[in-house]
Write a protein that binds this ligand. Structure first.
Ligand code: CTP
Length: 445
């Protein structure tokens, strides 16, 4: 009996998939089809998978050529499978030509001609409207966004808005964008989604005006600085059938999602303490240290540090106390925030003028989890116990600096698939806005 194996994501099952499975089956007697998990695809930078794994498996089964369906969830698995199932022939489409020659040591490798004119990427484009992003602001984060958006299918960055037309023009030229505007209304005419990366104090107004016009909105952290503003924007988004999402990239990073789920699953017992620190030494002339109304380390960085605290301990804290070291213009160069919960506590440390160890420690009744810097781009963490022989390191690599996962989740929200809401809920964003408001009220007065 000749055994053939092939692999794929098989998202939105199409003619190309059907053809390759038919030809693969004809090459032998028994066909094994490996279908990739979402986690594996995410880690290798293949984003925007529309259908869940079980649905993709069903479609592979329905076409009737597969004798066995297996799940592919890690790099290197192909060699294991080929040996395990005594595979004679490995088959893959010609788009992978040469990439799997290393398998020739284990079995025959055949690249089959791809079916022309069809792919999951094309189908996604046909099925869903293209998200035509306009970027509000043209600073460093805006640049990163434009570069990372190129890795996400279904998205095109059309243009940029900046009240200073020369800055907008320069940004558009640098990034080859067709549109640049200093008039917000005519800018909104030309796009169907905005990414707001302007100074904190302007987020609310830009988001509101975009939502009023029925545009989907991705807004940098902190989304807004008042609880009431956050509630109002979410209500407006709902009324106008738009997506409003806060861009805290950590929340969407696959490693962070896994970290939170694992910590909540009881591997370190009951969680009693969360300590999160993020510091970034910054020059005195930067926006962060000159904007006397909304600058400072807490508004700049605490969206990151508050995130694990509220994800793990919830938003029902009893009290928060802030201790700040101020700069000459009365902005916080360093802030330690103490959160008191019924059965737990937490601290957030943020600094622009103080450097500290940027780590996240989650302490529980039977162990702790240590995540070293840059924990906000979570790729690895360690479960630590009294008996250190039980310690375990967990790795979860992803591509880029995490932004593309956030953009990909925005795409799935706009297109209403993927159920990714849990990663950063409306309530989470409102809670962060409330904490920011409380900080500004206490600290700036
Ligand atoms: N395939 C094919 N002809 C196509 C599309 C895919 O022969 N028109 C093959 C691929 O070469 C691979 C298998 O089908 O061997 C599964 O491919 P997959 O990556 O799941 O599908 P794509 O349509 O290529 O997906 P995407 O656009 O997301 O890359």
């Amino acid at each position: 009996m000749k055994t053939v194996i092939t692999y794929g994501t098989f998202d939105l099952f199409h003619e190309g998939h059907y053809n390759i499975l038919k030809r693969a089956k004809a090459l032998g007697d028994y066909l094994i089809v490996g279908v990739t998990t979402e986690g594996y695809d995410n880690s290798r930078g293949k984003l925007n998978i529309v259908e869940p794994l079980m649905e993709r498996i069903e479609h592979v089964k329905e076409c009737g050529f597969a004798d066995k369906v297996i799940i592919e969830d890690h790099m290197g698995q192909k060699i294991e499978d080929i040996q395990k199932y005594h595979v004679d022939t490995f088959v893959i489409g010609s788009d992978w030509l040469g990439k799997f020659d290393y398998l020739k040591e284990y079995c025959e490798v055949i690249y089959l001609e791809r079916t022309k004119g069809v792919s999951s990427t094309l189908k996604r484009k046909e099925e869903f409207q293209l998200i035509r992003f306009g970027v509000v602001g043209s600073g460093r984060i805006a640049t990163r966004f434009v570069l990372e958006a190129r890795y996400v299918s279904g998205v095109h960055v059309e243009g940029v808005y900046n009240p200073h037309i020369e800055s907008a023009k320069k940004f558009a030229i640098d990034h080859e964008l067709a549109v640049y505007e200093d008039d917000y209304d005519s800018f909104l005419e030309k796009i169907n989604a905005v990414y707001i990366a302007s100074p904190h104090g302007t987020h609310y107004e830009y988001a509101k005006r975009a939502l009023e016009r029925g545009r989907n909105v991705l807004v940098e952290k902190p989304m807004v600085l008042k609880k009431r503003d956050a509630e109002e924007l979410f209500a407006l988004a709902k009324k106008n059938g738009c997506i409003l999402m806060e861009a805290i990239k950590t929340a969407y990073a696959p490693g962070f999602v896994r970290l939170i789920a694992l910590a909540k699953s009881g591997v370190i017992g009951e969680i009693r303490d969360v300590e999160a620190c993020f510091t970034k030494l910054t020059g005195d002339n930067t926006r962060e240290l000159t904007d006397t109304e909304y600058g400072g380390s807490f508004t700049e960085l605490a969206s990151y540090t508050i995130l694990p605290i509220i994800k793990l301990l919830g938003t029902d804290y009893k009290n928060i106390r802030f201790k700040c070291n101020n700069t000459q213009n009365n902005l916080d160069g360093y802030t330690k925030a103490y959160f008191e919960y019924e059965d737990a506590q937490a601290t957030s440390k943020t600094g622009l003028k103080v450097k500290s160890e940027g780590q996240l420690i989650i302490s529980g009744t039977s162990g702790y989890i240590k995540v070293t810097a840059p924990w906000w781009k979570t790729t690895e963490f360690e479960l630590c116990y009294e008996d250190t022989s039980q310690n375990e390191k967990i790795y979860n690599h992803f591509k880029g600096d995490g932004l593309r996962y956030e953009i990909s989740d925005f795409v799935s929200k706009v297109n209403r698939y993927g159920n990714n809401d849990f990663k950063l809920t409306r309530e989470d964003s409102i809670a962060i806005a409330e904490i920011m408001e409380r900080f500004l009220k206490e600290h700036r007065s």
